[in-house]
Design a protein around this ligand. Structure first.
Ligand SMILES: [Zn+2]
Length: 84
């Protein structure tokens, strides 16, 4: 994970919210709206809670950006679903 200290980690309760968020972002490089496309998703442990890292690329200029989401809420949902 790079330059994580300045970034806000968004809490989401569903994977769909991650895609929805990315779909509303403006490219930091070229300023295009809604051009980020997800390339890779991975689960990481960040300061003790589960996070999703989504590597995205702008479909207009090709610049990359990684979004990080706190998915603790999704994990708790699974726990409730499957019991212990
Ligand atoms: Zn761009």
């Amino acid at each position: 994970m790079s330059d994580d200290d300045g970034d806000m980690i968004l809490k989401v309760n569903a994977v769909a919210e991650e895609y929805k968020y990315i779909g509303t972002q403006i490219c930091e490089n070229c300023g295009s709206k809604r051009t980020y496309k997800m390339q890779m998703q991975r689960l990481v442990d960040f300061r003790g809670f589960p996070c999703d890292e989504l590597d995205c690329v702008c479909s207009n200029c090709g610049s990359k950006k990684t979004f990080v989401f706190d998915i603790t809420g999704i994990f708790e949902g699974y726990k409730n679903m499957f019991g212990n």
